[in-house]
Design a protein around this ligand. Structure first.
Ligand code: XLS
Ligand code: NI
Ligand code: NI
Length: 446
């Protein structure tokens, strides 16, 4: 029997919602306890609120290697000596089998995840297109949709000094050609978004780096992508994914605030939004909810890479989310800001390298989906109850009064304000921020 005909996963039937019937010790341990796709949450089906996506790269491409050791996973489509295109199609079949078993509505990929690189760019693009056609059929048959596509502009050595920010304009051109193909494929597959993560857009040392030039190159690159989006009529959202460091020492898309400043300087703030990843927020010294709330405040919230970083390790461990209060708070902010829009919750998460059984892929995703579903229900309670929002409003209520409105509408000068303090003998008493009270309130919702 060839490895191709043997089912990869031991599970055959898709996971069901089992609710409180679910038992950790059950023979069929992989039902959902909380994820109930059709349950209405704040007026929308849970599936439509959460918009889960499985990512291709961590689950089907990464072989379990780390800087100190080689592959641990030994996936059949990585077997040495196999035909790379046949292996790519096999990988696609297994990927769609995972989406079916989990019932995830979306997936995400880089061009280089799905098809082997050829001898020329034309050959590479043709390989990507060929697997893209296979995807189109599988998507049609299964109803699974594309949350976003992207181009890998960081793995190949040609990009070691950057793609758009490379000192050589020919590398810029090569990257542009690669993005053109990936964006057009994303459009043909009706992707909801297109992501740009600048893996090598940064520097290792300022001794060989002209910052100003590199930022201008990056601005030009993004403008070209936006122009092409409009030219081909792509209806999805273009997203930049902030990350502060790794692989380069300093990445230009450091965090949400930095990306927003960059977009403003190149006139792109109405065209591009952000894809926020939990682990990247942490590496930038922020909380996950900080990045979400800031993006919403600036009008650039786009989508989420749902994972978790290790609190003790200073790199991008991309673990599956497993912290209820953290995810509940993040989803509370997402919902308060109006929901995910064209975005979704993409599990940019990978198994630990000792989790070598095929079914570990199911377990990792299923528990993460369940956790997010449970967190969504907590966030719903927080919103329905309204106490947090009420206390927040009360804290700023002075700004809705006469003085607050006059200041914000620009009708008061510094001199006016000084005169007013004098005249009314203003000496406002400090008020408690009540943080412990609010934290206790949050815990009550869990
Ligand atoms: C890497 C990024 C990457 C993007 C897609 O740290 O998270 O996986 O999500 O290029
Ligand atoms: Ni990511
Ligand atoms: Ni990451």
């Amino acid at each position: 029997m060839s490895s191709r005909s043997k089912p990869f996963f031991s599970l055959r039937e898709p996971l069901r919602f089992e609710g409180q019937k679910w038992k950790p010790s059950a023979k069929r341990p992989l039902g959902y306890r909380w994820y109930d796709a059709d349950r209405k949450v704040l007026g929308q089906r849970m599936e439509d609120q959460l918009r889960f996506a499985v990512c291709y790269w961590h689950s089907f491409v990464w072989p379990g290697s780390d800087p100190f050791g080689g592959d641990t996973f030994e996936r059949p489509w990585h077997a040495p000596g196999g035909d790379p295109m046949a292996q790519a199609l096999h990988k696609a079949d297994v990927a769609f089998d995972l989406f079916r078993l989990l019932r995830t509505p979306y997936f995400t990929f880089h061009d280089r995840d799905i098809a082997p690189e050829g001898r020329t760019l034309a050959e590479s693009n043709a390989n990507v297109r060929c697997v893209g056609e296979h995807f189109a059929k599988k998507m049609q048959a299964s109803g699974v949709r594309l949350l976003w596509g992207t181009a890998n502009l960081f793995s190949h050595r040609r990009y070691m000094a950057g793609a758009a920010t490379n000192p050589d304009p020919e590398v810029f051109a090569y990257a542009a050609a690669q993005v053109k193909n990936a964006l057009e494929l994303t459009n043909d597959l009706s992707g909801a978004n297109y992501v740009l993560w600048g893996g090598r857009e940064g520097y290792e040392t300022l001794l060989n780096t002209d910052l100003k030039r590199e930022l201008d190159q990056l601005g030009r690159f993004m403008s070209l992508v936006v122009e092409h989006k409009h030219k081909i009529g792509f209806a999805g959202t273009i997203l930049i994914e902030p990350k502060p460091g790794e692989p380069t020492k300093h990445q230009y898309d450091f965090d949400v605030a930095t990306v927003y400043g960059f977009l403003r300087s190149y006139g792109l703030e109405k065209e591009i939004k952000v894809n926020i990843e939990q682990n990247h927020a942490l590496l930038a010294g922020h909380t996950f909810e900080h990045e979400i709330a800031l993006a919403q405040a600036l009008g650039v919230f786009g989508s989420i890479d749902m994972n978790r970083g290790d609190e003790l390790l200073g790199w991008d461990t991309d673990q599956f989310p497993n912290n209820l209060p953290q995810v509940a708070l993040a989803l509370y902010h997402v919902l308060r800001g109006g929901g995910l829009g064209t975005g979704g919750l993409n599990f940019d998460a990978k198994l630990r390298r000792q989790s070598i059984d095929p079914d570990d892929l199911i377990v990792g995703h299923a528990h993460a989906m369940d956790l997010c579903a449970r967190a969504l229900l907590v966030a719903e309670t927080m919103i329905d109850d309204g106490e947090l929002a009420k206390q927040l409003r009360a804290r700023y209520s002075g700004w809705d009064g006469k003085l607050g409105r006059a200041i914000l509408s620009g009708k008061q000068t510094l001199a006016d304000l000084a005169a007013r303090v004098d005249r009314d003998k203003l000496d406002p008493p400090p008020r408690s921020g009540r943080q412990e009270h609010l934290e206790a309130l949050l815990n009550n919702y869990l």
